[in-house]
Design a protein around this ligand. Structure first.
Ligand SMILES: [Zn+2]
Length: 124
């Protein structure tokens, strides 16, 4: 299942605060169109309702392919804390995906994230 959350974001250009809906989890088996959005940089962007400029929302995101059985993490703020890892482990195992979701490779930049997805697709 793909999941999105509402976050309060300040526009990096004009500082205007607004609520934006962003994905934290993308399941491409259920929502294949989201894969295209990732590969074409059209996900987790927002257009500022004040200055109309487009910005990218840098937030942890997991890419998840059930059919090929792999997942990739995008961690723009660096590695997760031990607490976050524990919480993740619980979620991963509770939905029966612990074996590959928890051990999924991590990418710290968007380019790296996309490259890892393409690599994993070839391998699986
Ligand atoms: Zn703005």
């Amino acid at each position: 299942m793909s999941r999105s959350i509402e976050v309060n974001i300040l526009c990096p250009y004009c500082g205007f605060g607004q609520v934006v809906s962003v994905y934290t989890s993308v399941n491409v088996t259920i929502d294949p169109e989201l894969k295209e959005k990732i590969l074409t940089d059209n996900i987790n962007n927002f257009v500022c309702s004040d200055c109309r400029k487009t910005s990218f929302v840098s937030i942890n995101l997991i890419y998840h392919d059930m059919k090929r059985k792999f997942a990739v993490w995008f961690c723009p703020q660096g590695d997760m804390s031990e607490e976050e890892k524990e919480a993740l482990k619980k979620v991963a195992y509770s939905i029966g995906l612990g074996h590959y979701l928890y051990n999924a490779p991590k990418a710290y930049t968007w380019e790296e994230f996309k490259n890892k997805i393409i690599e994993c697709e070839k391998e699986n």
